[in-house]
Design a binder for this molecule. Structure first.
Ligand code: BES
Ligand code: ZN
Ligand code: ZN
Length: 489
């Protein structure tokens, strides 16, 4: 979606639809649009529109305005407000508009939403509007020609740098979404590596791919164990942004990129197994974040590492009880082949540690337990440094994403010890599956490096369409990572 600024007054904008946010009973428009506010509040009563989050309504515009339509989008109650609702409202408005064949949108930048700054409002609105244009049509045999959409910001507060950033971030999300929504037979580790190489080239990043030969030479026994039952070759994909201050220590973003998780010999039940094509979502969020970083050019160097493998059963597959040796040198008894994400991640984390990073964040669809704890509303965050975890929670709140911290008590680490190897890949005791998985990962990061693990199993995918998004990948995590990296300078 093209996002631009205009100085022509709102009422003279010859676009198809004016987007108006409504917070419960308050119509968010500048004071100069008093008569429009009055018209809208009269129409709202008839349209039975109550300003709920995600609610939209299309109305004809008053004659005094050059636009043909108004699209009202609800933000809910101010008391329950979270920045995620603003991004969702913008996306929902654009989706409603596009369903009615509208493609040119205009919005005022001179509005106040909760305690957000004007820049935050424009970034969330622009990026949300852009995301609202996305639909996964790549595998439909009939390719409809979808017209391009545009959004124009009008008002004194318009910040051109911010709306260009929103445009670039929207593009990165949409481009990555096609890969994230692709199934296991097309989005293989090799296809993802090739996609990453192309993206790196287009965005001036460097990209290194370690295939199975290189992984064997290095002793990356974790990722190799996961991929050994699959006909697809495992790949460790490294993307690097050099930073404007190359002396600064790098930030490393690690993403679980299991292209399909059948469970392996510890096979998952058939029902809903197709969903496990989403098990690459951590890596997909890292890819989108790296593309956004490449365009925003922060001071700090940033490295993205994707551990890409397919978890399949078969005569070559890893068996329950097998003991493997990881890149860090630690041995692991694999008692359940379905707890494979952590095996991929520990090799990627060990590669990250080698780079003497300022901080490491990993993203993974790691446990079903996080869905029990938090549902689809928030991801869980755990880490070895509470100040660092709080920083990421704040960045998430600013970026329209939600994180909730779970504890990493010592008992969880004790539960991951094995009688035969250094560690077991499943816990001795039931419960706290998200925390025991994180305790296992923690063993691979020295306590001197701030590290956080974000479990996105509940937030990475929408099972069915919502007003603000079509079904499929959400790319949860990309937005908060970039928010954090850019807030560091
Ligand atoms: N990719 C899954 C996590 C998952 C499970 C996401 C169910 C969504 C729904 C992961 O690899 C996995 O299978 N984890 C196991 C770990 C267990 C065997 C210790 C889980 O959560 O059941
Ligand atoms: Zn699994
Ligand atoms: Zn998995």
């Amino acid at each position: 979606m093209k996002i631009t600024a205009s100085t022509t007054p709102l009422n003279q904008q010859k676009k198809e639809a004016l987007l108006v946010l409504v917070q419960k009973d308050e119509i968010l428009l500048p004071a100069s649009n008093k008569s429009l506010k009055k018209t809208i509040s009269d129409q709202i009563k008839q349209a039975a529109f109550s300003g709920q989050v995600g609610e939209t309504v299309l109305l004809p515009a008053p004659k005094s305005y050059a636009v043909s339509h108004l699209i009202l989008a609800g933000l809910g109650d101010l008391a329950d407000f979270h920045s995620t609702y603003l991004e969702q409202a913008a996306a929902a408005a654009v989706r409603a508009g596009r369903a009615a064949h509208l493609k040119s949108f205009v919005v005022s930048s001179d509005i106040q939403v909760a305690d957000l700054s004007s820049e935050e409002i424009q970034l969330l609105l622009g990026r949300g509007a852009s995301w609202g244009t996305y639909e996964s049509t790549q595998f439909k045999s009939e390719q409809k020609k979808v017209p391009a959409s545009s959004l124009t910001f009008v008002g004194k507060q318009t910040n051109r740098a911010v709306i260009k950033r929103a445009e670039a971030q929207g593009r990165a999300l949409i481009e990555t979404a096609d890969l994230a929504n692709a199934p296991g037979n097309t989005a293989t580790p090799t296809a993802i590596a090739n996609w990453a190489k192309k993206m790196a080239k287009e965005n001036n990043l460097s990209c290194t791919v370690l295939g199975e030969k290189e992984l064997k030479k290095r002793g990356c026994g974790g990722i190799l164990a996961v991929g050994q039952g699959s006909a697809e070759e495992s790949k460790m994909i490294l993307l690097e942004y050099a930073g404007t201050n190359p002396k600064a220590k790098p930030i490393v973003l690690v993403g679980k990129t299991v292209t399909f998780d059948s469970g392996g010999i510890s096979l998952k039940p058939g029902k809903g197994m197709g969903w496990m094509r989403y098990d690459k979502s951590g890596g997909m969020a890292v890819l989108a974040a790296m593309q956004m970083v490449a365009q925003a050019k922060p001071e700090s160097p940033v490295i993205g590492i994707l551990g890409a493998a397919e978890n399949m059963p078969g005569s070559k597959a890893i068996r329950p009880g097998d003991i493997i040796k990881t890149y860090a040198g630690k041995t692991i008894e694999v008692l359940n082949t379905d707890a494979e994400g952590r095996l991929v991640l520990v090799d990627a984390l060990a590669l990250a540690v080698e780079r003497d990073p300022a901080a490491i964040v990993d993203l993974a669809t790691l446990t079903g337990a996080v869905i029990m704890a938090l549902g689809n509303t928030s991801a869980a965050i755990l880490g070895n440094n509470d100040t660092f975890v709080q920083t990421l929670i704040q960045s998430a709140n600013d970026a329209g994403e939600r994180l909730w911290q779970l504890p990493l008590y010592k008992e969880y680490a004790d539960q991951m010890k094995s009688d035969f190897a250094d560690l077991s890949n499943i816990s001795k005791a039931p419960g706290a599956g998200t925390a025991t998985a994180a305790a296992f990962l923690r063993e691979f990061v020295p306590s001197t490096i701030p590290w956080a693990h974000i479990d996105i199993a509940g937030t990475a995918w929408l099972e069915s369409a919502k007003p603000y998004q079509s079904a499929g990948a959400t790319l949860f995590g990309a937005r908060l990572l970039v928010q954090w990296i850019l807030s560091k300078g």
